[in-house]
Design a protein around this ligand. Structure first.
Ligand code: PMP
Ligand code: GLN
Length: 382
């Protein structure tokens, strides 16, 4: 069998979660909460099932959910997406991104990713037959480097993947970044795929700058979000895509032969829950308290903190630890940290095509305070 993805193994998130489970380590690796969602959510899903919402929904998603998404997006970002033609419910952001890439990218097209980047992007582009063009974020700060981005654009550039708030670095684009992006692409026909799954986790009074807020960018952008992140239900795998109608028509051609539809009762449950803005409007404050608790604890260790403006990820440099393992490359360090210290993390090298190693690992702080405190106690010994 000739592999379509010869360089791909098992995703690092599965590898580290499996190791954490085998060893009984505190799992700060894979990004998911260790606490449950609001009980009103499963209640709303159960009510939908009992009301008989158990057959295929419309291909693009349950209308009430698409209408709720349209209202939320318009209230937050000032752009009206038509639920009929410009919003599609997906099986999480993962399916949305793959479907978008399959719909947009022709064999030989170039697609730009900003490295470090989420691990599904590159295999997705390869499956579509696209050519991956990697543009590094500024080393150390992980901010976009618009000069390098400009240099990477070519007549064959089909799309750029933008992820803000950014996994793994926790950086957040500002309005000025969107404008600089627009200045670069305005005279081209490059599409944008905006991965905004952490849109409701932005800290210190900053606000999420969705591509939807910028009319010039929104006109060429397919924007992805995920209820898994926002509502503490990563296992539900429900997300959505926003895009101008012509682009969405192409997206749906692929979507209908990919998953066709997303499970009906959860869409009804989410539609009911989405009517209350408090859960997503309060999410940044909820996670900022966890970020602050975790950072305060880490500040008392020998790990060096990198900034965290958004997401539920905190990156740290381990090169100043008092143990000899501080000299290990990231993947080996994470294995040692999981097995011997009892805390699982993700090596940043997993987000780079060439495995670039900078002695930085990512912790997920979407955890109960007691979990974070246990991990901190262990990390403080190093
Ligand atoms: N993009 C980014 C940046 C992510 O961190 C994740 C989730 N881990 C996804 C996409 C996928 O989201 P979902 O679980 O909704 O498929
Ligand atoms: N997005 C999550 C993370 O970055 C993991 C999702 C997955 O396991 N694919 O940790």
């Amino acid at each position: 069998l000739t592999s379509r993805l010869p360089h791909v193994g098992t995703t690092i998130f599965t590898v580290m979660s499996t190791l954490a489970q085998e060893t009984g380590a505190v799992n700060l690796g894979q990004g998911f909460p260790d606490f449950d969602c609001d009980p009103r959510l499963p209640q709303a899903v159960t009510a939908a099932m009992q009301a008989g919402h158990n057959q295929y929904p419309p291909m693009a998603g349950v209308p009430a959910l698409r209408e709720g998404i349209a209202r939320k997006v318009e209230a937050l970002y000032g752009r009206r997406y038509d639920p009929g033609t410009e919003i599609t419910v997906t099986a999480g952001a993962t399916q949305a991104i793959l479907t978008a890439i399959l719909a947009l990218v022709h064999p030989g097209d170039e697609v730009i990713v900003l490295e470090p980047c989420y691990d599904s992007y590159v295999p997705n582009i390869e499956l579509a037959g696209g050519t991956v063009v990697r543009v590094p974020l500024v080393p150390g700060t992980f901010r976009p480097d618009f000069d390098r981005l400009a240099a990477a654009l070519s007549p064959r550039t089909r799309a750029i993947l933008i992820n803000t708030p950014h996994n793994p670095s926790g950086t957040v684009w500002g309005a000025g970044d969107l404008q600089r992006l627009y200045d670069l692409v305005a005279s081209t026909d490059v599409w944008l795929i905006g991965d905004e799954v952490y849109e409701h986790m932005v800290y210190d009074g900053q606000t999420h700058q969705s591509l939807a807020t910028h009319p010039g960018l929104a006109a060429r952008a397919l924007i992805v979000s995920s209820f898994g992140k926002t509502y503490h239900v990563t296992g539900w795998k429900v997300g959505y895509v926003l895009a101008p109608a012509a682009m969405m028509a192409e997206f749906r051609k692929v979507h209908q032969f990919n998953v066709f539809t997303v499970n009906t009762p959860m869409q009804h449950g989410l539609a009911a829950y989405l009517a209350d803005p408090a859960p997503y409007l309060g999410l940044s404050a909820f996670y900022q308290a966890k970020r602050d608790r975790f950072r305060a604890g880490l500040a008392r260790t020998r790990f060096r903190l990198l900034p965290c403006e958004g997401t539920y990820f905190q990156c740290v440099d381990y090169s100043a630890l008092a143990v000899p393992e501080r000299d290990l490359p990231e993947a080996a360090f994470c294995e040692w940290l999981t097995r011997e210290v009892g805390v699982a993390a993700i090596p940043l090298s997993a987000f780079y095509g060439d495995g670039f190693d900078q002695r930085v690992v990512r912790f997920c702080f979407a955890k109960r305070d007691a979990t974070l405190d246990t991990a901190l106690e262990r990390l403080a010994r190093l």
